[in-house]
Ligand binder design. Structure first.
Ligand code: SAM
Length: 289
């Protein structure tokens, strides 16, 4: 049998029946600790594939392929998929469930520890993933902060996290994650996903969010590290005024006073009211110390 025949004989993994069959056949037990909630809804898999806007031959990094449900959809769309999976039992399963797809490379390992720049080479890459929810923020930050050659990220995340990613200043959900995501990307929630689309059904609602990575960040700052230090300090103690939160975050009192004055920001405001542009101005004002 050649690779093409094997592929044709392969059923769509994204259904309750096929997924249950695979789990049974390989004696797999889903791990809550690893955030294993596998997709069983072919419509949602297609929704993620469509949102990735794949051109045949395009390179995609998938995080946590599980038993290959989304991987199969991405491979069918003609992507060259590199999928990093932490669960040591799964690469052998994936070798069977994705038999016949020669455009898939499985990399065993922890996405927070593998050398992603080396995996990606010169890129460009897109990211597509039904993320393990217990480490959503560290994964997003690891992908964003390192200026990797990523153009678009399409991820399934907990609805409440997505709301933080797109939140605007002044809202309760606006925080350091909102600033980081909106500094590097233009995020947009594109799909609501109910718990019944997964096996087992999670206790939370999910959404698919597209983050288009910007060619240049949304605000120009002199020093990115300092910008994020200011942002983290500002949100570190949400109930304090901005000036007290910055002092609490380790910025010396006089510097805080002078920087806020130079940036024209009222020290009694709270961090959660500052726009990205205002955070940028404030961080740059510290540079003049
Ligand atoms: N992509 C599959 C799907 O949509 O059905 C599985 C998604 S499941 C929500 C998350 C996957 O991420 C699991 O397969 C889990 O084993 C894997 N995972 C968990 N932590 C990981 C990590 N640190 N690095 C790579 N994969 C991880």
């Amino acid at each position: 049998m050649n690779a093409e025949d094997e592929k044709i004989l392969q059923p769509k993994i994204a259904s309750r029946e096929v997924t249950t069959h695979i789990l049974k056949a390989f004696g797999l037990h889903m791990s809550k600790k690893l955030g294993q909630n596998f997709l069983i809804d072919a419509g949602i898999v297609q929704g993620i594939v469509d949102a990735a806007e794949i051109e045949p031959g395009e390179k995609i990094l998938e995080i946590g392929p599980g038993i290959g449900t989304l991987t199969q959809g991405l491979a069918e769309a003609g992507a060259m998929v590199t999928a990093v999976e932490l669960d040591k039992k799964l690469p052998a399963v994936l070798a069977e469930t994705l038999k016949g797809y020669d455009n898939v490379r499985i990399v065993p390992g922890d996405i927070l520890k593998v050398d992603i720049p080396a995996l990606m080479g010169e890129g460009p890459y897109k990211v597509a993933a039904n993320l393990p929810y217990y480490i959503t923020t560290p994964i997003l930050m690891a992908l964003l902060e390192r200026h990797l050659p990523i153009t678009r990220m399409v991820t399934m995340v907990q609805k409440e996290v997505a709301e933080r990613m797109v939140a605007k200043p002044g809202s309760k959900t606006y925080g350091a994650l909102s600033v980081a995501v909106q500094y590097y990307t233009d995020p947009e929630i594109v799909l609501d996903v109910p718990p019944r689309s997964f096996l087992p059904a999670p206790e939370v609602d999910s959404v698919v969010i597209v983050c288009k990575v910007r060619e240049t960040p949304s605000v120009a700052v002199k020093d990115e590290k300092r910008f994020f230090r200011v942002v983290k300090a500002a949100f570190g103690q949400r109930r304090k005024t901005l000036s007290n939160a910055l002092k609490g975050g380790g910025f010396p009192k006089e510097q805080v006073r002078d920087a806020m004055e130079r940036a024209g920001i009222d020290p009694t405001r709270r961090g959660e009211t500052l726009s990205l542009a205002e955070f940028g101005r404030l961080a740059d004002a510290f540079a003049e110390e």
